[in-house]
Design a protein around this ligand. Structure first.
Ligand SMILES: NC(=O)c1ccc[n+]([C@@H]2O[C@H](COP(=O)([O-])OP(=O)(O)OC[C@H]3O[C@@H](n4cnc5c(N)ncnc54)[C@H](OP(=O)(O)O)[C@@H]3O)[C@@H](O)[C@H]2O)c1
Length: 277
């Protein structure tokens, strides 16, 4: 069997996944990247990446992918980077339960379903890395991001539990918690808010207008925004370090948010972060 390490990365059509797939390939990994759309396969394949289609909302799609990637990797998967996700904005009272469920299907249940099917391959070899792309919103809640915040809080709880349960198995679990990163994330969030939230009929209509005016659809102005290479820096540590950390915050706002949450009384902290949404 070749010595080349293999990694699955989901959500590689853009942003963090697209960047990390190429960077890992350049660093010598054999990369199995997933996308949802047929047209997104070719750009990855052109860069020597083995690309597959997989949609977290479909159990069949996950099972088909696991079958194909098991075959491609000859049963060897060294690492899994769960990354593909989106953010559904909107006040909690404006979210239908179906829209909330949809958010969890992609950001939470799909990740669990895929991970469960990969762990046996890692257990057989007595080693593996599972890296979950969480968010600062998995640690610090933001107004009007309840669906996304809840999905990432749930992910944090599940992943850290899994980390403790897998202790001694050779499989390590880490969470990456980025703040603002350049990607298609904000553009997709704008589509989702317009698709699913009654912006005019809401009690929060004025607030929605203010927030939408602030965003320009290309990622929104934010002087603390970093490129996806900042995520790659910590991903490398989670994949290579002898003792990978449980949490990897990325960007200054993420690190500050986590520190303030530790230091400040809860009520004061929640009043303070209201100013940053
Ligand atoms: N950008 C940020 O500021 C930021 C901050 C904190 C955390 N994050 C996290 O970073 C990760 C990557 O996001 P990004 O910023 O790179 O955004 P992005 O450019 O929008 O990329 C998201 C990726 O997820 C895929 N995806 C969406 N729904 C999916 C589904 N049901 N099944 C499989 N894949 C799906 C998208 O595919 P399609 O092209 O087909 O939609 C796309 O490839 C996410 O977990 C996100 O929560 C991002």
């Amino acid at each position: 069997m070749s010595d080349q390490r293999t990694i699955i990365i989901t959500g590689c059509s853009s942003g963090i996944g697209a960047y990390c797939a190429r960077a890992l390939k350049a660093d010598g990994w054999r990369v199995f990247a997933t996308v949802r759309k047929f047209d997104d396969l070719a750009p990855l394949e052109a860069d020597g990446i083995e690309a597959f289609r997989m949609d977290y909302t479909s159990s069949d799609s996950i099972a088909d992918f696991v079958r194909d990637v098991t075959r491609a990797g000859n049963g060897r998967i060294d690492a899994l980077f769960n990354n593909g996700a989106y953010g559904q904005p909107g006040a909690v009272e404006d979210l239908t339960t179906d829209v909330l469920r949809e958010q969890f299907e992609t950001n939470f249940f799909g990740w669990h379903e895929l991970t469960r099917q990969i762990i046996p391959m890692m257990r057989k070899r007595g080693q593996g890395r599972i890296v979950q792309c969480s968010s600062i919103l998995g640690v610090v809640p933001y107004r009007f991001r309840g669906a996304y915040t809840a999905s990432k809080f749930a992910l944090e709880g599940l992943s850290i539990t899994m980390r403790m349960e897998l202790e001694g198995s050779g499989i390590h679990v880490s969470l990456i918690e980025p703040g603002p990163i350049t990607s298609r994330f904000v553009a997709t969030s704008l589509l989702k808010i317009n698709e699913h939230i009654d912006l005019r009929g809401s009690a929060h209509a004025t607030e929605y207008r203010r927030q939408l005016a602030r965003l320009d659809g290309s990622g929104g102005p934010n002087r603390h925004k970093l490129g996806p290479d900042a995520v790659y820096d910590v991903l490398k540590h989670a994949l290579n370090a002898r003792r990978p950390r449980p949490h990897y915050p990325v960007t200054r706002p993420a690190k500050q948010g986590i520190l303030l949450k530790k230091l400040l009384p809860a009520d004061l902290f929640y009043r303070l972060i209201r100013r940053f949404d």
